[in-house]
Unconditional design. Structure first.
Length: 402
């Protein structure tokens, strides 16, 4: 009898399907959430001009919500979502011309992609030095601290890419990996990856390509006849590539992929995983949502290669428009943009950034290069740039930049 009463109670009062919401309480919470959210800058406003992230594509948004309760950390609980993950990795693998021997690890973004790549390189070589350009993302500082590795920086050329002559002097018996950038965070520049590939092949070194930003840009720029050398697994010295879908992949945060040339390398960093459905688990995370993966897959299916190509073309059109408008003001660029990232030279970038922010526009400052960075993501249109330019002009006049 007691059992029946308890079951009845659980069914009606505790079963999640039967959770009855206290509408008033809920309204109060959501009112508070909306009030706080109003303080945020949002990508859809078009006023965030300095970030490498974007408004998720509408298809990504819908798929994300549908897969909210999945856990890819326990894959046999969700074989369907696991299949979506495999298909998404196959899509990325194709995009990057990865060989059949390769494998992919879904990650939360560029930071985790770089950490995982350096974990693989350290495990393979037993060494601890990472040779990388001074322009490398700050995630490598975390890597050094987390994995007790040492960063050996290689200066840049006048074109803001890794100086190969200087690189050769930095390679030693203790080198675990060399890192090349395919779309730098600061200016979107691309290191000479074909040459790096040759050097690393000759020296038997692990070459990681950080294509967190450029991975979804360069393949399409090449299709659009931009003269850009290979950067991916078509080069035999490339051992791993990280690519972020929550940047130019038009997906939802957090989603990136690390591709490695040999499946075995991911097995090397996997551990036994008792208590869950798989026997081994590779990668940093345990529990992880399938929602961003489903979102990334949905948008890749929706856009296809042709859709991404059009998107990149449109971002480049807006980039050229922005470049022209900035030059018209009498400001100069750090360099001719390689992709949809522009560095505008300024004497006092921090002051300009602060003043623009007060007027509702967000751009990023790069003190090291004395510039501000604009990233022309898919949601930024020529009209938005035309609204922004007079604000930039007035601000620059006020602070004595013009
Ligand atoms: N690598 C590059 C080249 C980047 O531009 C970034 C971020 O902008 C990262 C890595 C880190 O990516 P995330 O912030 O997604 O971890």
């Amino acid at each position: 009898m007691i059992y029946i009463i308890v079951s009845f109670f659980n069914y009606y009062f505790l079963s999640p399907a039967m959770v009855s919401l206290d509408t008033q309480k809920k309204q109060k919470i959501f009112h508070e959430l909306a009030r706080l959210q109003q303080r945020d800058f949002c990508f859809s406003s078009g006023h965030i001009l300095g970030s490498m992230c974007t408004v998720p594509h509408p298809v990504a948004r819908e798929a994300y919500m549908q897969f909210l309760e999945t856990n890819l950390g326990d894959p046999e609980l969700c074989p369907g979502t696991k299949e979506i993950e495999s298909r998404y990795i196959a899509f990325i693998s194709n995009l990057l011309h990865a060989p059949k021997t390769s494998a992919g690890q879904i990650v939360s973004g560029g930071t985790e992609g770089n950490i995982t790549a350096m974990w693989v390189a350290k495990q393979l070589s037993g060494k601890k030095e990472i040779v990388l350009p001074t322009s490398a993302h700050f995630s490598f500082q975390k890597i050094a601290s987390l994995m007790d590795m040492k960063l050996i920086e290689v200066p840049m050329t006048n074109e803001y890419v890794m100086d190969l002559a200087k690189l050769k002097k930095k390679i030693r018996r203790t080198t675990a990996a060399v890192v090349g950038l395919a779309g730098s965070t600061e200016l979107g520049t691309i290191d000479p990856i074909p040459e790096l590939s040759e050097i690393c092949t000759d020296e038997h070194l692990f070459l990681h390509v950080d294509a967190a930003f450029g991975g979804f840009v360069i393949p399409f720029l090449k299709e659009l006849q931009y003269k850009i050398p290979d950067f991916d697994f078509r080069l035999k010295g490339v051992c791993s590539v990280s690519i972020d879908s929550h940047k130019m992949g038009y997906a939802a945060i957090p989603l990136g992929t690390l591709m490695v040339r040999k499946k075995q390398w991911l097995r090397n960093i996997s551990v036994d995983s008792p208590y869950i459905s798989s026997e081994k688990q590779a990668g940093m995370l345990g529990t992880r949502s399938g929602a961003p993966v489903a979102a990334g897959y949905a948008v890749a299916q929706y856009l296809g290669y042709e859709g991404y190509k059009q998107m990149v073309q449109s971002c480049m059109n807006v980039t050229h428009h922005t470049e022209g408008r900035i030059r018209e003001l009498g400001l100069s660029l750090v360099m001719k943009p390689t992709m949809n990232v522009i560095g505008v030279k300024l004497k006092k970038p921090s002051i300009v950034v602060k003043k623009l922010s007060e007027q509702g526009w967000r751009v990023n400052k790069i003190e090291r290069l004395s510039c501000i960075r604009l990233v022309l993501m898919p949601q930024i249109t020529k009209q938005i740039i035309d609204e922004f330019i007079p604000v930039l002009q007035k601000t620059c006049q006020e602070v004595g930049e013009l």
